[in-house]
Design a protein around this ligand. Structure first.
Ligand code: MN
Length: 228
């Protein structure tokens, strides 16, 4: 091997290492095909939402490792819990990365959604009156969020279920969130999540969302949350 080739390989190897050190946060593959949620959520929206919007949050969050080297070693959930220590870019993009990862897992093709477990239904009935009353409350939070944001079902620190809404890419895990808790279900109500298919009809998007809620995942999150 020539000296210059050796030098080139060493430089290449070290640049690969430094690139990976600057890419702590990664976008997990979607847990289904981009057309799996049709007709509730169309394929083109999924492709752009996952491939452009979510990817941009991850890239922009990784770009902040230059400013905050410790981000490289920070877990995504821990980051939410200490988000007030960081700048707006980390808040928006760190929130965006968590929220979208959480959102993809909250959805499933209509034949794979399962249903709310007896334990979850019992708690929903206790805290909201009925499953329909809960959905009504969640719909109101989602449609009532002015501008961009999210609607959530959470377990509060006192073990009750609550429906909340956050602006922008904030979420209930963030230490600066008005209502804190462990999220079980989240709905993205940014226009980029529905505009191609539903235009200004956010209510129709919210209604269609219920047909693709991954209750198996929500049940699993509930079981984990009540163990804490
Ligand atoms: Mn989104």
């Amino acid at each position: 091997m020539t000296r210059s080739l050796k030098t080139t390989l060493i430089l290449l190897a070290s640049s690969v290492i430094s690139m990976s050190a600057l890419a702590e946060f990664k976008q997990a593959p979607l847990p289904y095909a981009t057309n799996a949620l049709q007709p509730a959520i169309d394929q083109q929206t999924m492709e752009i939402h996952y491939g452009k919007h979510h990817k941009a949050y991850v890239d922009n969050l990784n770009a902040q490792i230059k400013t905050y080297p410790e981000l490289d070693k920070t877990d995504l959930i821990q980051l939410q819990e200490q988000i007030s220590k960081y700048n707006t870019a980390v808040r928006n993009n760190g929130g965006g990365h968590f929220n979208h990862t959480f959102f993809w897992e909250s959805l499933a093709a209509t034949n794979k959604t399962g249903q709310p477990s007896p334990a979850l239904v019992k708690q929903i009935t206790q805290d909201f009156g009925s499953l329909d009353a809960f959905k009504q409350k969640f719909n109101e939070a989602a449609s009532g969020r002015f501008g961009s944001g999210w609607a959530w079902l959470i377990v509060t620190p006192n073990g009750k279920l609550a429906v909340t809404s956050t602006p922008n890419q904030d979420n209930p895990l963030m230490d600066l969130s008005e209502t804190k808790g462990t999220p079980l279900l989240g709905l993205d109500v940014w226009e980029h999540a529905y505009y191609l298919k539903y235009q200004n009809r956010r209510a129709d998007y919210i209604k269609a969302f219920w047909s693709v809620v991954n209750w198996n995942k929500v049940n699993e999150r509930y079981n984990e949350a009540i163990k804490k």
